[in-house]
Design a protein around this ligand. Structure first.
Ligand code: DX5
Ligand code: ZN
Length: 227
């Protein structure tokens, strides 16, 4: 189980310190939300910001590109220190070349699907990706409410992974707290992005520890072993 705090909910006025705080929290990854003001109605930060925080943590950088033209951003983010880049399936015919470009850059590939998009849209790409991101809110802002209707997509992603013998990770992002994380874990998710619920806690470290304990208790793989 991977816990990836979303940096969007951190205090940007102390970005370096916040990156160090996540590093020491026991979290596994750092999730970085890139918004271009076009694909989503908000703007966050770019490669220069990612480069600035890179020296402050050794954590894996999970870069979520909510952008209409990721092709112009892949190389800059790769150079800035991204370990994985996630693009959206809603980009249609751009998806295939973008996957190859990310691979060429030597980075892990993620593919995201928005709540209104049918999960069948990702099926043709499953053999080519390292991670499937099932969005559990409409992207653009932190602090939104988890959309329960997205849970069957997690179940479908898990069923495909098993049936096809694939190994991609299943990530959920949006409105993830201890309760919704547990539901997603039971549905088959293994990678959990959380902004508000983790950064809003008095102690990030305590919040990560608690979420991990809850995920462990709801891990279907471990449940099988207990039987
Ligand atoms: C939403 C972003 C999320 C966001 C999650 O557009 O992709 O990563 O930061 O924030 P919370 O956990 O507050 O919903
Ligand atoms: Zn995200």
């Amino acid at each position: 189980m991977i816990i990836a705090p979303s940096f969007l909910s951190s205090d940007f006025s102390h970005a370096a310190k916040e990156a160090r705080r996540v590093d020491k929290s026991g979290a596994d990854w750092l999730h970085l939300d890139i918004m271009d003001g076009h694909f989503v109605p908000n703007i966050s930060f770019g490669p220069a910001f990612v480069k600035f925080i890179r020296p402050h943590t050794k954590l894996f950088f999970d870069v979520h590109l909510m952008c209409s033209k990721p092709e112009i951003l892949l190389e800059p983010f790769a150079k800035a220190g991204a370990d994985e880049m996630i693009i959206h399936v809603e980009l249609g015919e751009q998806v295939e070349p973008l996957i190859w470009k990310i691979k060429q850059l030597g980075k892990k590939v993620g593919l995201a699907v928005n709540p209104p998009t049918n999960i069948s849209a990702v099926e043709p790409f499953l053999e080519k990706i390292d991670l499937l991101l099932v969005m559990t809110v409409n992207p653009g802002f932190g602090g939104q409410t988890f959309i329960h209707e997205c849970l069957p997509k997690v179940q479908q992603a898990e069923a495909w992974r098993r049936e096809k013998g694939l190994r991609y990770q299943i990530e959920v992002d949006g409105g993830i707290n201890n309760e919704t994380a547990a539901e997603c874990a039971r549905a088959g998710a293994d990678t959990f992005v959380a902004g508000t619920s983790l950064f809003g806690a008095r102690s990030l470290k305590a919040a990560v520890t608690k979420m991990r304990k809850i995920l462990h208790a709801n891990d279907p793989a471990l449940a099988d072993l207990k039987v």
